[in-house]
Design a protein. Sequence first.
Length: 196
Amino acid sequence: MIRIALTGSIGMGKSTVAGMFRSAGVPVFDADAVVRQLQGPGGELVDRIGEHFPGTVRAGTLDRDCLAQIVLADPAKLAVLETIVHPAVREWREAFVNKHSDAPALLFEIPLLFETGGEKEFDKIIVVSAPAEVQRGRVLKRHGMTEAKLASILDRQVPDEEKRRRADFVVETGTDLSTTEAQVRDILVCLDLASG
């Protein structure tokens, strides 16, 4: 089994590219989706987060925007949150691997792969990238996103240029969708995962 990590900075198009691999029959583990589930209504981490971050949980619901404001402003508090979230995500990831143990390849969409030192756990790394102005335009369209919040997020992420340097493959998403799809097909062929 080939373990493939898919990463890239915010707004680069990771989810779109992951969807292309999923359509090609490669099971995809989406770390962000798992975090949303763990922190969502009835999520197993809501109470623990509420204990460590008073005021972020009301009536059993985590206010993710409030939590983000707290941790983005304080690296020590972000580190505390990570000690809660990362082990839980790892458990879900292991369950995903066990569920798909007969698959020839698995893709793991992990936004903070390099930031958490997780790249050593994978056979191949794909970095999704786009020009800075394209990235900025995409991210600023998101609900609740501001220039200041984007700057804070980018300050905590490994620069795109460095991610590209450390990748086995780079998928460019600043062009049209068909070009991105062609790049994904080429990677599937290169990894001997293309069907037909």
